[in-house]
Write a protein that binds this ligand. Structure first.
Ligand SMILES: [Zn+2]
Length: 156
């Protein structure tokens, strides 16, 4: 059954986006657009989905193998720049992974509210784990950014 709790979904969308952008950031806090390669600060880029996040299978909405930093130009004005995105997915994980994304998108799956809450706690912790183990030059700036998002999403 599809979850009706849009608030939890929106919170997880936001938090997961922070996770993906920080996960791929270099030590200066910059990330490359998966589709066009443009380098941008992690706070000025989106989390772009290869298979659309509104597909039938919600695992793809929150999968680090379907979601990567993507510039707003590619994400919105270039319809996700799928050709560049597909090439990078094949380069990173192989053609089989690309095929499995296509197969997964047509099977139905939704998270329950309690699973959303578990995922929110999980990604919140993973963000801090990643910040802790990475030698970011601007660690405080990144931590402050995360802290503001947590407040905005009422996670604290
Ligand atoms: Zn781009």
């Amino acid at each position: 059954m599809r979850s009706k709790n849009k608030t939890l979904q929106r919170k997880l969308d936001n938090l997961f986006s922070v996770y993906i952008r920080i996960l791929h950031a270099d030590l200066n806090g910059y990330v490359k657009c998966i589709s066009c390669g443009k380098l941008l600060h992690f706070s000025k880029i989106d989390c772009g989905h290869f298979v659309n996040r509104n597909c039938k299978n919600e695992t793809l909405r929150f999968s680090p193998k379907n979601c990567f930093p993507q510039c707003r130009h590619c994400n919105f004005y270039y319809e996700g720049n799928p050709a560049g995105y597909a090439l990078e997915i094949i380069e990173k994980f192989g053609l089989e992974h690309l095929k499995s994304l296509f197969l997964t998108q047509s099977t139905s799956f939704s998270f329950s509210d309690s699973e959303y809450k578990i995922l929110l706690r999980y990604y919140n912790q993973e963000i801090y784990n990643h910040i802790l183990k990475t030698d970011f030059r601007n660690k405080k700036e990144i931590t402050d950014y995360v802290s503001n998002i947590e407040k905005r999403l009422s996670l604290k």
